[in-house]
Write a protein that binds this ligand. Structure first.
Ligand SMILES: Nc1ncnc2c1ncn2[C@@H]1O[C@H](COP(=O)(O)OP(=O)(O)OP(=O)(O)O)[C@@H](O)[C@H]1O
Ligand SMILES: [Mg+2]
Length: 244
């Protein structure tokens, strides 16, 4: 089954075309890298798919449900790590993760408590779990937000630049978590500017440039199709028109 099916999706903000008739399908269980330069439309596409904004035209389905008609149903199975998002500063790390899961309402408190504790160990914040996140560093907050995004055991996870601002070890931990989730057949949509991360994690990638999906395929397919040595050269060629 398709986790995501998008057809001729268009989003205009006044004179800016953020999504220019995007058509794409992502299968269940895929780790899909959504790439593109700043302002290409990646976050906009994600926001349409989780129902935070409405497209100007076109069709978007998640697990075969239309985002305009069934968003509450979709949200039971989907979670998002937003690109720019803060923790609740007056809550501890544990509370940030646990209450977010509780708000979602799909797991028992007992399961949530266990998952929250497992995630705190995983992101390396054991010992700081009862501190207010107000006093956390930027990367520590980002780790809490990553944990929060997966605590309710979603089937489809949008991670909008999960490793941005996180140190080398933390980023490695997040990548490990993404691999574990992939092993559990979760569908993951990942945006990142780190192409090594893409090579390590993604089954397929889609490259957006000025709202247009200019390429889609496995990294290897794209290197062959655009006659480039690596994904970075493909990216540069497509986003600037330069030949590598
Ligand atoms: N709410 C909004 N109002 C007006 N314009 C917007 C809005 N949201 C996005 N845009 C515009 O849409 C375009 C795409 O933005 P988007 O945030 O989707 O890019 P992105 O690919 O996520 O970039 P980045 O890599 O910098 O995160 C940009 O030109 C942006 O200015
Ligand atoms: Mg973005």
């Amino acid at each position: 089954m398709n986790a995501i099916e998008v057809r001729d999706l268009r989003k205009e903000f006044k004179e800016i075309t953020a999504l220019d008739d995007v058509t794409l399908r992502i299968k269940e269980g895929e780790v899909f890298g959504l790439l593109g330069p700043n302002g290409a439309g990646k976050t906009t596409l994600i926001r349409v798919l989780v129902g935070l904004i409405k497209a100007s035209s076109g069709e978007a389905k998640v697990f075969n449900l239309d985002v305009n008609e069934n968003i509450m149903e979709i949200r039971k199975r989907v979670s998002l790590l937003p690109q720019d998002c803060q923790t609740y500063e007056k809550l501890t790390a544990f509370e940030n993760i646990f209450y977010y899961g509780q708000m979602h309402g799909t797991l028992s408190d007992e399961d949530l408590r266990k998952r929250t504790n497992d995630l705190i160990d995983l992101i390396g914040l054991r010992g700081r779990e009862n501190d207010l996140t107000k006093h956390f560093s930027g990367g520590m907050k980002r780790k809490v937000l990553v944990a929060r995004a997966v605590v309710m055991d979603p089937d489809l996870i949008f991670l909008d630049e999960p490793t941005t601002g996180i140190d080398v070890l933390g980023a490695r931990t997040v990548r490990k978590l993404i691999k574990e989730l992939a092993g559990m057949k979760k569908t993951i949509i990942l945006t990142t500017h780190d192409l090594n991360e893409v090579a390590e994690l993604c089954d397929r990638v889609g490259i957006l440039v000025s709202g247009e999906l200019v390429a889609i395929g496995t990294p290897k397919e794209l290197e062959e199709k655009f006659k480039q040595a690596n994904l970075e050269d493909v990216f540069v060629a497509l986003s600037t028109g330069e030949e590598g």
